[in-house]
Design a protein around this ligand. Structure first.
Ligand code: XIL
Length: 471
């Protein structure tokens, strides 16, 4: 995908309004449409409840309107795909792949070799290295083979590094039964089955710095070795399950540290992706509006890495609504961008606005998201979903006539369908500055001091956002 100027894709029109004729913007802007303008993927999991039809209709509507990459919360894991030895179950995964194809979304596969969510029968072989090697290879060949050409990228190995020391995680059937070479083998086997798939190592706590004692520091040494040895690794997935800084007493991670990992990976031609983002608060505490706004800023800081680092292309959130989030089990709450009622939170706004305001540096107008294959020259990843995307957005954006025009400090709005049209003003980092309602087609912005702002007009499900200069 390419990284184009944020305004380039907006539909320009001319409108006779207020004091004169001015360019006006008319487009329904979603995270998805703005992600595509910036040449990145923005996504969320499909929660497990979706697979059994247990979620309200607007969940799916939001999901396919706002996101262009999808991953299954549990349905492509080992225990879901091979619950009994040699008996594969692809029903749920197929359902998601079909949904993604119908809606022009990229599919992430998660996860092939992981210590968790491994079915009981695998553990019976924990003392039989040769058998375990066969089990893992057979699993990869079947699962990756089944979705070859449909799953664009795989978490080949998930969470293989210890959380306490710079070493491999020992509590893992694969590590105990095979040794660390299961990791190299898993990459090689996956690549052999689907040479076009992008292959990632995925883990958490990678935002804690790249010094040799930190997890990311240890990982970096392994990535160097893999690249040197021709092991086909194309990306590192940073899960980025983090806690809000004010409630996490031991907080040592930061967007800056994750950015330094991205920069080191760039030197090795390996990408960084954010694959499971959530930013929770401790369970049980009252979360104020101010807390939610600060949370929005942290979401925005992680997004900045994906927008700004040339080897970063994916921003994936581990859930849609706080109502269906795994975070309760971590003793955290409210870590996502939609609330319990599927209403967008301040974090949604700051991501939306940041995607709108971001301008790539002039000399790097394109984001190259093809894979640099470390093993073979002729295997770049093809993004087959891209061409369907515009079509899909057209289908799900449910209007097109909303437009705005600023004359002095009066904002004129046409085409609003809802009774109450809300006008929100943000600064260029997506912080809310001021909100008002539009009455009789106009809203006064008297309270603003001079400067650059982003105006969002919300009418029903539609969002129109535009940068303005207040003089
Ligand atoms: C979680 C799911 O969200 C839960 O539903 C499940 O019970 C446990 O796994 N790291 C990962 C994800 O790689 O697969 C985990 O997903 C969250 C942590």
């Amino acid at each position: 995908m390419k990284k184009a100027h944020a305004l380039a894709g907006l539909v320009f029109g001319t409108t006779l309004l207020g004091a004169g004729i001015t360019n006006a913007f008319a487009a329904d802007e979603t995270l998805r449409s703005l992600a595509e303008k910036n040449g990145i993927y923005v996504g969320a999991i499909l929660n497990s409840q979706w697979f059994s039809g247990g979620l309200p209709g607007n969940y799916e509507q939001i999901h396919k309107t706002q996101f262009n990459i999808v991953v299954a919360e549990n349905e492509m894991k080992f225990d879901a795909t091979e619950p009994q030895e040699g008996r594969f179950n692809y029903g749920n995964g197929d359902k998601m792949v079909k949904y993604a194809q119908q809606n022009g979304m990229r599919v992430r596969g998660h996860a092939l070799a992981w210590h968790s969510q491994v079915p009981g029968w695998v553990n019976n072989y924990r003392n039989d290295k040769q058998k375990l090697l066969k089990v893992l290879k057979n699993h990869i060949q079947n699962v990756v083979g089944h979705w070859k050409g449909k799953v664009a990228e795989w978490d080949v190995v998930n969470e293989a590094i210890s959380n306490n020391e710079p070493m491999w995680r020992s509590q893992s059937v694969w590590y105990q039964g095979i040794g660390p070479e299961f990791i190299d083998s898993a990459f090689v086997w996956t690549h052999a089955v689907d040479p076009d798939a992008e292959l990632c190592y995925n883990d958490y706590n990678l935002e804690q710095g790249i010094n040799p004692k930190a997890k990311a520091g240890f990982l970096l040494e392994q990535v160097k070795r893999w690249v040197k040895n021709g092991i086909p690794i194309h990306c590192v997935g940073s899960q980025t399950h983090v806690e809000d800084t004010t409630t996490d007493k031991h907080f040592i991670g930061s967007p800056d540290s994750l950015r330094s990992l991205a920069k080191e990976l760039a030197k090795l031609n390996v990408k960084l992706k954010i694959t499971e983002l959530d930013i929770g608060f401790k369970s049980g505490i009252n979360v104020s509006k101010k807390d939610l706004e600060r949370q929005g800023q942290t979401f925005r800081q992680y997004l900045d890495i994906i927008l700004e680092e040339p080897n970063a292309d994916t921003y994936l959130i581990w859930g849609v609504s706080d109502k269906w989030s795994w975070l309760g089990g971590l003793n955290r709450q409210k870590g996502l961008i939609y609330d319990d009622n599927l209403k967008p939170k301040p974090a949604f706004d700051s991501i939306l606005v940041r995607l709108q305001t971001y301008e790539p540096p002039k000399d790097t107008a394109k984001k190259d998201t093809t894979v640099t294959d470390t093993t073979k020259k002729d295997t770049t990843v093809k993004d087959t979903t891209k061409k369907d995307t515009a079509e899909a957005i057209k289908l799900f954006a449910n209007h097109g006539s909303l437009s705005m025009h600023l004359a002095g400090r009066t904002l004129f709005i046409t085409g609003a369908t809802a009774k109450a049209t809300k006008v929100d003003i943000f600064d260029m980092q997506g912080r809310p500055v001021f909100s008002t309602l539009c009455k009789n087609g106009a809203a006064e912005l008297d309270n603003l001091s001079e400067g650059f702002y982003v105006v969002r007009v919300k009418s029903g499900m539609s969002n129109l956002i535009q940068r303005v200069t207040i003089k």
